[in-house]
Design a protein around this ligand. Structure first.
Ligand code: 13P
Length: 248
């Protein structure tokens, strides 16, 4: 079976003292040992988080650049993360696709760079409300995944977790219904089987993000193709522990 995976995306939130509190709370809580937990603070707090988080949990960056080092002001590389004990990164988050204008190919190039350095990738995909209403959700998501698949080898998918995050559900309190999420997760698994391998379809975690809360996580976790969550707002709160334990 696929190990349940819960990521906390703090986005651009927190201070030294609030991050310490959140990390301490997660570290000392009673959490399901069968769930993999990865937290993604702002870059400024990656090392602080690594220092204070229980070693059984992992830390993720929210982004990387696709070159190993050099004259790239403001950027951080996969090799720098690896050398600092940060073993994961989120890539392709919709906020970076829209606000920072990242395109599919750039995200694919960054995914390749992360995988080559041994950094796990939480690869985000998802449609806008307009795209959903036009009926193009699966086209959009598979286009985003195809771009990555063109640039990495089949083995890479062992170190990728796919996060399906419908944009209209992010930060809106408007969570996808269990049926809406399951339908897209199943389509992604079908894409994995056709475009990568049956092994990748069987083993790749497909997690859901978008207004996940301690109230809705248990129903979503019951769906057969929902293997965990990527949590924004609620990951900053004590309720994050209930989401980590949603599969118990
Ligand atoms: P919210 O949980 O705040 O809706 O954010 C979801 C998200 O974007 C996680 O990456």
């Amino acid at each position: 079976g696929r190990k349940f995976f819960v990521g906390g995306n703090f986005k651009m939130n927190g201070t030294v003292s609030s991050i310490k509190d959140i990390v301490h709370n997660i570290s000392t809580a009673k959490t399901d040992p069968n769930t993999e937990v990865v937290v993604a603070p702002p870059a400024l707090y990656l090392l602080l988080t690594r220092e204070h988080l229980d070693p059984k949990f992992e830390v993720a960056a929210q982004n990387i650049f696709d070159k190993p080092s050099g004259a790239f002001t403001g950027e951080i590389s996969a090799s720098q993360l690896k050398a600092s004990g940060i073993n994961w990164t989120i890539l392709g988050h919709s906020e970076r696709r829209t606000v920072l204008r990242e395109d599919d190919d750039f995200i694919a190039s960054k995914t390749k760079s992360a995988i080559e350095q041994g950094i796990g990738v939480i690869l985000c995909c998802g449609e806008s409300l307009e795209e959903r209403e036009k009926g193009t959700t699966v086209d959009v998501v598979t286009r985003q995944l195809d771009a990555v698949n063109k640039m990495v080898d089949k083995e890479a998918w062992k170190n990728i977790v796919i996060a399906y995050e419908p944009i209209w559900a992010i930060g809106t309190g408007k969570v996808a219904t269990t049926e809406q999420a399951q339908e897209v997760h199943a389509a992604i698994r079908d894409w994995l089987s056709k475009s990568v391998s049956s092994e990748a379809a069987e083993n790749t975690r497909i997690i859901y993000g978008g207004s996940v809360s301690d109230k809705n996580c248990r129903e979503l976790a019951k769906e057969k193709d929902i293997d965990g969550f990527l949590v924004g707002g609620a990951s900053l709160k004590p309720a994050f522990v209930d989401i980590i334990n949603a599969n118990q």
